[in-house]
Design a protein around this ligand. Structure first.
Ligand SMILES: Cc1cc2nc3c(=O)[nH]c(=O)nc-3n(C[C@H](O)[C@H](O)[C@H](O)COP(=O)(O)OP(=O)(O)OC[C@H]3O[C@@H](n4cnc5c(N)ncnc54)[C@H](O)[C@@H]3O)c2cc1C
Length: 468
């Protein structure tokens, strides 16, 4: 069998891809394979790269072999779970993609309320399986997002006020480090690494399995109030949502009303503030928690109903379609009058693009974990804002990117950092904003210890600390 030659450090030692592939229990996909075109794609449609190899791992042993292979070959290594990186980090031009999406093992121990979840599961898959036991782990707002990337960045979702971040439910991880070893990191073992992977992203190795705590979450009250997008409504959002019982988590989106059957036809496409929510608790208490919003203004439409917790992912499934878009995000100290004015000024300008502005009112359980306990440290941020501007026509991208950037800069005076998982490729300064200085320095030390050569660099990259 002929050797496939792919670029390596040492041209005198061509890589024996067939031998490598023969040792992989999963699938190795090469550019000439029929599956390649689909397999190389990621959720971010603006990312169009051609890796030399895609390894769809079936086991931790496959992960270890692939890490060692890429390292020894001097090939760039991209790691992906659910492929939803906003920056398109789950692929590489000419490198090796380590795709974990086939690793979907999940063991739930309902008695001990613990789950062992392989890295290829999506939030929706895990949540549906846990719901069969009346249990849940907090992930994000969208079912198709991978538990891997989401958890490693922090994980902010529908239960954040009641149960905190995804990392707050994390008990341990099994991971392959840059030297190919499979180790366990927890509060007791490799505790520095366990601290770092709770917010520091994929910088430190490849997690093959997560161990999570589960919480009792059965039926919830879920849905959305479609509010008129007035100044008064926007100004009241934070005071009401932040003082609501912690069972209520809201994610509000300033957007065009969708053509949904429960929205009157004449309102389709009209601007609205969709206050989407989950209330985990007694439905009557949930209705009571929503009442203050209704008192500010009569909703244009609403959909409020008891549902099994995974129902919220079902409800938002249509929003999952991959699209070309540009994003800017930031944490805010408050959704104060200045921020509201900026949002209204940008979104109501006659030439404003059809952007969506998401406003998440945080607080509750996520604030009760000390900031230094995990690498995700912006725990007292009151609000997370995300500007998402769809790009329908690629030739319009420069204008839309400039508009989105200007909007974000206008909000910046009230900013307190950014969430690493909502960064595109925005440069070193923005990565620094994701971490307070002391956190960043500590991350850089852990990086030096576990990945001194920066093998894992296709991420919001933490540079290994240099010797002093
Ligand atoms: C539609 C949409 C909705 C979102 N909603 C939320 C939300 O509500 N809350 C929230 O917190 N975030 C949200 N995000 C952001 C999301 O958390 C990040 O994009 C996250 O990185 C996606 O994880 P993934 O596994 O799907 O992506 P991938 O692209 O597969 O992974 C992202 C990066 O994580 C690293 N990585 C992935 N898997 C592993 C692993 N097993 N071991 C080591 N490193 C790994 C790699 O560096 C990789 O480049 C959303 C994103 C999208 C596109």
């Amino acid at each position: 069998m002929a050797l496939a030659r792919i670029p390596a450090h040492d041209p005198n030692h061509p890589l024996d891809v067939p031998a490598f592939a023969a040792g992989i229990a999963g699938t190795v996909i090469r550019p000439e394979d029929a599956a390649y075109e689909t397999a190389r794609r990621v959720h971010n449609l603006g990312t169009d790269r051609h890796p030399s190899l895609i390894v769809r791992a079936a086991s931790a042993a496959d992960v270890s072999r692939t890490v060692v292979f890429a390292r020894d070959a001097g090939l760039e290594l991209a790691v992906r779970g659910g492929s939803h990186s906003l920056a398109g980090h789950g692929t590489s031009e000419g490198g090796v993609v380590l795709d974990l999406s086939a690793m979907k093992g999940l063991h739930i121990d309902p008695e001990r309320r613990l789950a062992w979840a392989q890295a290829g599961l999506t939030a929706g898959e895990y949540t549906a399986a846990a719901a069969a036991h009346g249990l849940a782990t907090p992930f994000g707002d969208t079912g198709s997002v991978g538990i891997s990337g989401l958890t490693l960045g922090g994980g902010i979702g529908w239960l954040v006020r009641k149960y905190g971040l995804a990392i707050d439910a994390l008990v341990s991880v099994e991971m392959v480090t840059a030297d190919g070893r499979l180790i366990v990191a927890s509060e007791k073992e490799h505790s520095d690494l366990f601290w770092a992977v709770r917010g520091g992203g994929g910088n430190f190795g490849v997690v093959t399995r997560f161990q999570f705590r589960l919480y009792p979450v059965g039926m919830v009250l879920g849905g959305a109030l479609f509010m008129p997008p007035t100044r008064e409504v926007l100004q009241s959002l934070e005071p009401i949502a932040a003082s609501a019982p912690e069972g209520l988590t809201t994610i509000a989106a300033l957007m065009a009303a969708p053509p949904a059957p429960f929205i009157p036809a004449e309102l389709h496409g009209q601007p609205t503030l969709a206050i989407m929510f989950v209330f985990d608790g007694d439905p009557a208490a949930g209705q009571a928690a929503l009442e203050p919003f209704r008192q500010v203004a009569t909703p244009m439409a609403e959909l409020v109903m008891p549902m099994p917790y995974p129902g919220i992912y079902e409800m938002l499934k249509d929003a999952e379609t991959p699209m070309l878009a540009t994003h800017r995000s930031l944490f805010l100290d408050a959704l104060d009058d200045a921020a509201v004015d900026t949002i209204l000024e940008f979104t109501t300008a006659p030439d404003a693009p059809m952007a969506m502005v998401q406003l998440r009112i945080l607080g509750g359980a996520m604030t009760r974990v000390p900031a230094e306990a995990t690498a995700f440290a912006h725990r007292d941020a009151a609000v997370m804002a995300i500007i998402l501007t769809p790009i329908m026509d690629p030739s319009d991208a420069p204008r839309l990117q400039a508009w989105t950037q200007a909007f974000y800069e206008a909000l910046r005076p009230g900013a307190r950092g950014v969430y690493a998982n909502f960064l595109e490729d925005e440069g070193e300064d923005r990565i620094r904003e994701a971490y307070p200085d002391a956190t960043y320095r500590r991350l850089a030390q852990v990086k030096r210890r576990y990945d001194p050569a920066n093998l894992f660099h296709l991420n919001q990259n933490i540079r290994p600390a240099t010797e002093v």
